[in-house]
Ligand binder design. Structure first.
Ligand SMILES: Nc1nc2c(c(=O)[nH]1)N[C@H]1C(S)=C(S)[C@@H](COP(=O)(O)OP(=O)(O)OC[C@H]3O[C@@H](n4cnc5c(=O)[nH]c(N)nc54)[C@H](O)[C@@H]3O)O[C@H]1N2
Ligand SMILES: Nc1nc2c(c(=O)[nH]1)N[C@H]1C(S)=C(S)[C@@H](COP(=O)(O)OP(=O)(O)OC[C@H]3O[C@@H](n4cnc5c(=O)[nH]c(N)nc54)[C@H](O)[C@@H]3O)O[C@H]1N2
Ligand SMILES: [Mo]
Length: 577
């Protein structure tokens, strides 16, 4: 996540996945690891079962990992900065911090001490609902462990305070000297198979490949030379995708090219997003299926899927790996890079017609005429220092973790072992702020949203799989039995969930996984488009929406036909996770 950039660079795991099985304490927060990252989830279970690692889970939902946890803290959603400051408060109070490490490798310690002074465990209990004693136990366990890893995901970042939440975790990890050591670190479990690679290659508003700033004239010069554009590349920072939707509605953005995203389903406050994509003057969508968003496009460019093209993916631990074409793409579908390169060539030809000065330089856009995916990779390795030593030939022997600055460099499993990207690690003094929208009388429940193991995001791919659809055919709303009872709701009954932005109907599942006062739904099913409800309030830095917290009410639609069997169904239907 971009928010971590201040101290940590790219937002990838600082350590490796394998280290999970070689550490003393694993702190998992805001990650439903066994559903979203089942392979990593398996490693956590093994670490606990076979290596006697201690697991701390901090999550408002009673997720599967809770069964394996030595300590489970159940915070109210969106109270991260409070409980993390609280842990830091305890660690300082009890003298458990890494004094040498803090002195040698960090700055801003005084600011941190000042900021957490008022976050006593008792005050944190009042904010977060975490019992003071439990918070203290967790703080001690983490701080006193020789090695401890923090793993986190969207439960930390998808908040209007997402950047502060990540900075707070970084404070905690640095204070305890757990960054830059084996079996330690701050480890965001990244989402898509290649989201890391996409960011590495500059799919961010402010960077070119290798996290090189578009505002840096030297960087621009090297790309201009490599691409031979003959015109100057723009040094303007682009827009975050969440800002684009707003800009369309305000009329300042009139054309959009979407590649591999289905925002009509995945954007917060999705009816607004749909309106934007219906209104926009010109919309291009490049996708492997005719998604809900592609259906609104003026032009659809059919792309080849992962199995139908060559390339590399970079995973959450910065490991660059080869992907090999297994089958031919169907119909007119082509690899994304082929479509983009062709388009670039045609745009360049137009540029040369319209800008004779550019044509006159003797340079052309010709360097974008790649022979294959490897040629693009080689160019990236030439331009992005972190990739400089990686080649397809080396990748034949297995994946390599960047930074890998030269041909014989082995790659870097652990980041920041000598120094941080900015030199000294910086502590931030942070204050807790409540989420943008909180439950009230009219909308008394928290709505939390996320994933289940059997579907992927907006379902364009997984909902085409018969087997997966059989296991998970519909999107159920999860509600605690304690909350369902006064509403007269039983498992399997249809309810209406309403927020200030919209309403959806779905069947419910009564489950202890949901905390009392909180309901949960996934965004996998177009029949229950949960993002009609979610709040598009953004984190000011990372521009990520508050998908993990908004306020809703739940209404019974009609009594289930099997009302007579209500008590029996309720009993059968409560799965205690
Ligand atoms: N099967 C499957 N796997 C996937 C995906 C998928 O769609 N399906 N998507 C991939 C992608 S792109 C991503 S980003 C990852 C996401 O992986 P995760 O972030 O693990 O997935 P979520 O279901 O969003 O779960 C977030 C977790 O945060 C918790 N949480 C919610 N609110 C809060 C809060 O306020 N504080 C804290 N501490 N925790 C909170 C939730 O209870 C949940 O356990 O999964 C990836 N893997
Ligand atoms: N309520 C709620 N909303 C959320 C979240 C949440 O936790 N809760 N999580 C958010 C997160 S973390 C994420 S990452 C987003 C995901 O949101 P999206 O990225 O919009 O969702 P996907 O369904 O993964 O859409 C990917 C699209 O890419 C297409 N595709 C697949 N492979 C290729 C390819 O090789 N080339 C091309 N061109 N297209 C391809 C798929 O068919 C699909 O249409 O959702 C966000 N929205
Ligand atoms: Mo994601």
């Amino acid at each position: 996540m971009a928010g971590l950039a201040a101290s940590f660079g790219s937002g990838a795991m600082t350590n490796t996945i394998a280290e999970i099985e070689n550490t003393d304490v694993i702190l998992v927060t805001g990650s439903n690891t066994t559903e979203g990252h089942p392979i990593i989830g398996r490693r956590i279970k093994r670490a606990v079962e076979r290596r006697n690692a201690k697991l701390i889970v901090i999550d408002p939902r009673k997720i599967e990992l809770v069964k394996f946890a030595h300590i489970w803290l159940r915070p109210l959603p969106g109270t991260e900065v409070a409980w993390i400051n609280g842990m830091i408060h305890v660690i300082l109070n009890e003298g458990l911090w890494a004094k040498d490490y803090v002195a040698k490798r960090t700055e801003g310690f005084e600011e941190l001490c000042e900021a957490v002074a008022s976050y006593t465990p008792e005050r944190v209990e009042a904010i977060s609902g975490i019992p003071a004693q439990e918070l203290t136990r967790a703080a001690r366990l983490y701080a006193e462990a020789p090695k401890a890893m923090i793993l986190y995901a969207m439960g930390i970042t998808q908040h209007s305070s997402g950047t502060d939440n990540v900075k707070a975790l970084a404070n905690l990890a640095m204070l305890c000297g757990k960054v830059g050591i084996e079996g330690g670190g701050l480890n965001p479990l990244r989402g898509q198979n290649n989201v890391q690679g996409a960011c590495d290659m500059g799919a961010l508003p402010n960077t070119l490949p290798g996290y090189q700033k578009v505002t840096d004239e030297n960087v621009l010069a090297s790309f201009q030379q490599a691409w031979g554009t003959g015109v100057r590349l723009s040094n303007r920072v682009g827009m975050a995708s969440t800002d684009m939707t707003k800009a369309i509605l305000q009329g300042t953005l009139r054309g959009l090219y979407i590649m591999g995203e289905n925002p009509v389903m995945s954007d917060a406050n999705a009816s607004e997003a749909r309106k934007a994509f219906e209104d926009i003057e010109f919309l291009v969508v490049q996708d492997i299926f005719l998604s809900e968003t592609a259906q609104l496009a003026d032009v659809v460019l059919p792309a080849a899927s992962f199995a139908e093209k060559d390339g590399t993916f970079t995973n959450t631990e910065r490991r660059v790996q080869r992907v090999r074409k297994a089958i031919e793409p169907p119909g007119q579908a082509r690899a994304d890079w082929e479509i983009l390169a062709d388009l670039a060539q045609r745009l360049a030809m137009r540029l040369q017609v319209n800008m004779p000065a550019a044509a006159g330089t003797g340079q052309s856009f010709g360097s974008w005429s790649y022979h294959d995916a490897e040629a693009i990779f080689n160019e990236a390795a030439r331009l992005a220092p972190a990739y400089a030593g990686i080649s397809y030939e080396r990748l034949e022997q297995g994946g390599i973790q960047w930074p890998c600055p030269s041909k014989y460099h082995p790659g870097t499993p652990i980041l920041h072992s000598q120094r941080f990207a900015r030199g000294l690690g910086k502590f931030f003094g942070l204050e807790w702020n409540p989420p943008a929208e909180m439950p009230d009388e009219e909308y008394p429940f928290y709505l939390s949203t996320g994933r289940i193991r059997y579907h992927y995001h907006t379902g364009t791919m997984t909902r085409r799989s018969k087997g997966l659809n059989r296991i998970a055919p519909e999107g159920r709303i999860e509600i605690n039995p304690q909350d369902a009872q006064p509403l007269g709701i039983v498992t399997g009954e249809r309810v209406r969930v309403i927020s200030r932005r919209g309403s959806v109907e779905a069947r419910v599942r009564l489950t202890e996984r949901s905390a009392p006062g909180m309901v949960f739904g996934t965004f996998h099913f177009s029949e229950t488009p949960i993002n009609q409800l979610t709040n598009d309030a953004l984190d000011p830095v990372a521009k990520i929406p508050e998908l993990k917290v908004c306020a809703v009410r739940v209404e019974k639609i009609k009594r289930a036909e099997l009302a007579a069997l209500q008590p029996a169904i309720a009993e059968m239907g409560v799965d205690a996770c």
